[in-house]
Design a protein around this ligand. Structure first.
Ligand code: SF4
Ligand code: SF4
Ligand code: SF4
Length: 495
């Protein structure tokens, strides 16, 4: 099976996510790239170490273990338990505000949840094993190593899984035991699936976190790519894909020769080791350089993320106590209200926002007198959901770290809330940092998201409709949509 797009081109292994549509090929002129492997001495050497990923994963695995334990046996008081404070304040902010925009999916290189599954499949933590495995791999793999069903080779499962998980977000972010159960559950499922399916099938198709990492990694200022795609074309071994004695075949089923988006590269750096032609570059590039949404599954991820950011802003930041009580039904007992809340959340994420967006894209096509199919217009402009959504999430997360970040030092010394004082910081008083100024930072972030969205809307219009006038006409409705989303978030944060 050979698929047409970069991260999906494969003769071997499982198919990387196959979106439900034939996404448009929107692209901008080749812009600035700086190969960090050449610019930073020692960086390539580091990523070529066989122990590279193990060294990243190990500390996280230890912290992860403490977090799971604290969730189950530590204090149920959320802001005194490391499970809540480290996951929903520290990790979340670092992930969305730092790792994603500046490091793409580097979190997936250090994430502890697939650790046991990888170990089972490889029976090795550091060394690489040569041999043969189904799908043309040149590494010996253990387990059943089955192919993932074609019908599920997209991110719809991730979309629904994530939305379902987030419907219970109030419980998730306030109760340590719920956080521990969910993280532990994900780890168990990842391990079980690794015993049955090939490589990182779980990460590629099922992990509920993966969908938004995939979407927002498109904005990242770094990318891993082949240094010269012609070298890949002539390459006889395609070892990045199949593996060899120096590296495992790409766990995410990627052939580097056609990789053109960050979405499904977990930055494990195995291809850096396995490429016999030393043809991998880690590029620094402008923000939001990947601009292709390849299918409805990816577009809907954008809608879901936007709807969730709005819902959380209302629930957690807004003055409406009624909605908070509905969302927190396990505590308040308002189950009818919870039903209404869930209906609104799912309805707005899956139906209302997409329908509204469709209306704006339809108008853009009409105003631009475009002849390209409506599906292409819809999917192309769906990219606007990426910068708008990411910046809204970062803005939403700013108070998390500046206000609630004050809980980090105390739980560091007393992770279970049992009265320990390991590092002498247990009694550090709660003191929010510049709470009165945070709204300005939030507005600045939202405005930057709007700026990127408008710039991309124009570029997309130009690619779709072919002239400056048509692109400008198309920009009008898409600009109104982007502005309306931005103003809505400003009203949530400043209201
Ligand atoms: S996809 Fe999910 S489970 Fe896999 S590495 Fe990334 S965050 Fe971890
Ligand atoms: S092994 Fe290297 S040269 Fe060959 S296809 Fe992969 S990245 Fe390109
Ligand atoms: S092997 Fe290379 S392309 Fe595949 S996930 Fe790892 S870093 Fe990305």
């Amino acid at each position: 099976m050979v698929e047409q797009t970069g991260e999906r081109t494969t003769r071997v292994g499982v198919r990387p996510p196959k979106s439900s549509g034939n996404g448009p090929a929107i692209s901008e002129p080749k812009a600035f790239r700086l190969d960090l492997f050449k610019a930073i001495p020692g960086l390539k050497w580091l990523t070529k170490l066989r122990s590279f990923q193990f060294l990243l994963m190990m500390p996280n695995l230890v912290v992860f273990y403490i977090i799971i334990m604290a969730g189950f046996i530590g204090t149920p008081v959320g802001n005194k338990n490391i499970a809540i404070v480290f996951i929903w304040i520290l990790w979340w902010f670092v992930l969305i505000g730092v790792l994603l925009p500046f490091g793409s999916r580097v979190w997936c290189a250090m994430c502890p949840m697939p650790f046991f599954g990888d170990w089972f499949q490889r029976r090795a933590l550091i060394k690489v094993r040569t041999g043969k495995a189904a799908g043309g791999l040149k590494n010996k793999m253990f387990g059943q190593h089955r192919k993932w069903p074609k019908a599920l080779s997209n991110i719809w499962l991730q979309n629904f899984g994530f939305l379902a998980m987030c419907t219970f977000s109030v419980q998730l972010v306030t109760r340590p035991i719920v956080t521990a159960a969910v993280l532990g559950g994900i780890t168990v499922i990842a391990t079980l699936l690794a015993m049955v399916y090939r490589q990182r099938t779980f990460c590629t198709y099922i992990c509920p976190v993966s969908g938004f990492l995939s979407l927002y990694s498109m904005t990242s200022v770094v990318e891993l790519r082949s240094a010269d795609s012609d070298v890949c074309l002539k390459c006889k071994t395609k070892s990045c894909r199949t593996g060899n004695e120096d590296g495992w075949g790409c766990p995410w089923f990627i052939y580097m020769g056609k990789l053109d988006r960050n979405n499904y590269c977990g930055l494990c750096m195995e291809c850096v080791k396995s490429c016999p032609n030393d043809n991998i570059a880690l590029n620094l590039r402008p923000f939001a350089s990947d601009v292709k949404i390849k299918g409805y599954d990816e577009a809907w991820k954008g809608f879901i993320m936007l709807a969730l950011a709005m819902a959380y802003s209302v629930i957690l930041l807004g003055p409406n106590g009624q909605v908070k009580d509905w969302a927190n039904a396990t505590e308040t007992g308002y189950w009818a209200g919870f039903g209404i809340y869930s209906l609104i959340l799912w309805g707005s994420a899956l139906v209302v926002l997409p329908a509204l967006f469709f209306g704006f894209t339809w108008l853009a096509r009409r105003l631009a007198a475009g002849v390209v199919p409506m599906k292409q217009v819809f999917l192309s402009y769906a990219y606007l959901l990426v910068p708008l959504g990411l910046l809204a999430w970062i803005a939403f997360s700013v108070p998390l770290i500046f206000v609630n970040g004050a809980y980090i030092l105390p739980v560091l010394s007393d992770p279970f809330g049992w009265g320990w004082d390991l590092f002498g910081t247990a009694q550090v008083a709660w003191s929010p940092v510049w709470p009165e100024y945070l709204v300005f930072a939030q507005i600045a972030l939202l405005m930057y998201g709007l700026y990127v969205a408008l710039r991309k809307a124009y570029a997309i219009g130009l690619t779709l409709f072919g002239s400056n006038t048509a692109a400008t006409r198309g920009l009008v409705p898409m600009g109104v949509f982007s502005l309306a989303i931005t103003l809505a978030f400003i009203s949530f944060f400043a209201g």
